[in-house]
Write a protein that binds this ligand. Structure first.
Ligand code: SAM
Ligand code: SF4
Ligand code: SF4
Length: 341
C-alpha cells in the first residue's frame, strides 16, 4: 500500500447519520486551498503519492472543483469516501480527473432500504444505489464500506451480493466506533459478538474470492499491537480544522477535552514539522502499548480501535451506559494502568 494522507475536507454534510459523531457532520469548517497547497507540495517530497478525501461529505466541500484541479496539478492519485447522495451532479466534476482517480468508496450500511435508511436517513439508500449504478455505467471505479452494528449485522452476506451485482471492486467491513446514538439504541456489539461477525466475514471473503475482494478495516480482533496504516506511519490524517491527528477513526470522537490525538495544527506548523511530531508521538504511543500488553492487558484491548479510544479518553462517557458490554473494561484495573505520557 502506498503512503497516503487522509484529509477530512469539511465537517459539513448533506446527511446526519445515526452512527456519525456530530463533530463530523454538524460543523462549519472547510479546509483552505492555501493549506492544501502547502500540504501537497511538502508531502510529495516526503514520499506521499496518494490522497484520500473524507469528511463530512467530500462532495459538499466548498472548493471541490479547485481541489481536483490541484490534485491533478501535483500529480497525486486520489480516492474519496462518500454517501453518494448528490452523485448525480457531483460526478460531472470528477470525470475530467479519472486518470488520477483510484476509486470512489460509497458507504453502504445495509442491503435494504430499511436497514441502510435506519442509519443514514430517508432516501439515502435509493441515492447510493443510483450512484453505484451511474458509476458503473460511466466506468468510474468504486468500492464499498459497511459499518457493522447490531441492527445491520444480519445483512453482511446480502450486502456482499448486492455490491458484487452492482459492479463494486471491493467491500470493506468495519466495526462501529462507539457513538452516543448507536450506544443509546443498543447497537454496539460485544467483543464476542464482534468476533462472531468477523468469523462470518472471513468465511464470506473465501466464498467471494473470485468475485469480490472482501476485507476488514483495522479494528478487528488481533494479537498484533500495531495492525494499521496510521500506527505504521503509512497514513497521515488531517482533520477539517487543519489538525494533524493520530487517526481519522478518532477524529471528532469523544468530548472536546479528549483531543490528545491531535499533534499540531497546519496553520502554524509546516507539514514536515507536523509529520515529524507525528512520528515521535506514534513511537511513544507504541512503547506505551507494548508496556501495557507486557504487563497483562484486558481482553477488550485486543480490539485495536477500542484500545485507542480508551487511551485517548474518547469513551469515558460510556460510564453513563453501565449495561453496555464495553463499559466494564473502562473500570478494569488493568485499563487504569494505561497512562498518557
Ligand atoms: C465519516 S464518513 C465521511 C465520508 C462520507 N460522508 C460517508 O459517509 O461515506 C467516513 C466513513 O466513516 C464511517 N463512520 C461514521 N461514523 C462511524 C462510527 N461511529 N464508527 C465507524 N465508522 C463510522 C462512515 O460510515 C463512512 O464509511
Ligand atoms: S457518516 Fe458520512 S454521510 Fe453520514 S453524517 Fe457522517 S459524514 Fe455525513
Ligand atoms: S484507532 Fe488506533 S488502531 Fe484503530 S486504525 Fe486508528 S490508530 Fe489504528
Amino acid at each position: 500500500m502506498a503512503k497516503r494522507i487522509v484529509i477530512e475536507l469539511t465537517n459539513r454534510c448533506n446527511l446526519a447519520c445515526q452512527h456519525c459523531f456530530s463533530g463530523r457532520h454538524g460543523g462549519n469548517d472547510d479546509l483552505s486551498l492555501d493549506l492544501l497547497e502547502k500540504v501537497f507540495v511538502e508531502a510529495k517530497k516526503l514520499g506521499f503519492e496518494h490522497l484520500t478525501f473524507t469528511g463530512g461529505d467530500p462532495t459538499v466541500y466548498k472548493y471541490f472543483d479547485e481541489l481536483l484541479a490541484k490534485v491533478a496539478e501535483h500529480d497525486y492519485r486520489f480516492s474519496f469516501v462518500t454517501n453518494g447522495y448528490n452523485f448525480a451532479t457531483s460526478h460531472k466534476k470528477i470525470l475530467p480527473y479519472l486518470s488520477n482517480l483510484e476509486q470512489i468508496t460509497f458507504s453502504l450500511d445495509g442491503a435494504s432500504e430499511a436497514t441502510h435508511g435506519a442509519l443514514r436517513g430517508k432516501h439515502s439508500y435509493k441515492q447510493v444505489i443510483a450512484a453505484m449504478r451511474l458509476a458503473k455505467d460511466l466506468d468510474i471505479p468504486f468500492s464499498n464500506n459497511m459499518v457493522i452494528t447490531r441492527h445491520n449485522q444480519h445483512e453482511i452476506k446480502d450486502l456482499a451480493e448486492l455490491a458484487y451485482r452492482l459492479g463494486s471492486s471491493g467491500l470493506r467491513f468495519g466495526h462501529l466506533m462507539h457513538s452516543p446514538i448507536t450506544t443509546a439504541n443498543g447497537w454496539d456489539l460485544s467483543l464476542t459478538e464482534r468476533q462472531q461477525v468477523e468469523w462470518k466475514i472471513w468465511q464470506l471473503q473465501a466464498e467471494y474470492v473470485a468475485r469480490l475482494p472482501i476485507a476488514m478495516a483495522p479494528g478487528f480482533s488481533t494479537e498484533q499491537l500495531f495492525p494499521c496504516a496510521p500506527l505504521n506511519m503509512m497514513e497521515v490524517n488531517i482533520d477539517s480544522q487543519g489538525n494533524i491527528t493520530k487517526c481519522c477513526h478518532l477524529s471528532s470522537h469523544g468530548p472536546i477535552a479528549s483531543q490528545d490525538d491531535i499533534v499540531g495544527n497546519l496553520e502554524t506548523l509546516s507539514f514536515t514539522e507536523g509529520f515529524l511530531k507525528l512520528v515521535a508521538g506514534n513511537e511513544r504511543l507504541k512503547r506505551i502499548k507494548q508496556a501495557h500488553f507486557a504487563s497483562g492487558a484486558n481482553e477488550d484491548d485486543k480490539s485495536p480501535c477500542w484500545y485507542c479510544s480508551k487511551y485517548f479518553k474518547k469513551v469515558d462517557w460510556l460510564k453513563e451506559f453501565p449495561e453496555n458490554p464495553w463499559t466494564r473494561s473502562l473500570e478494569d484495573p488493568k485499563t487504569q494502568r494505561i497512562k498518557l505520557m
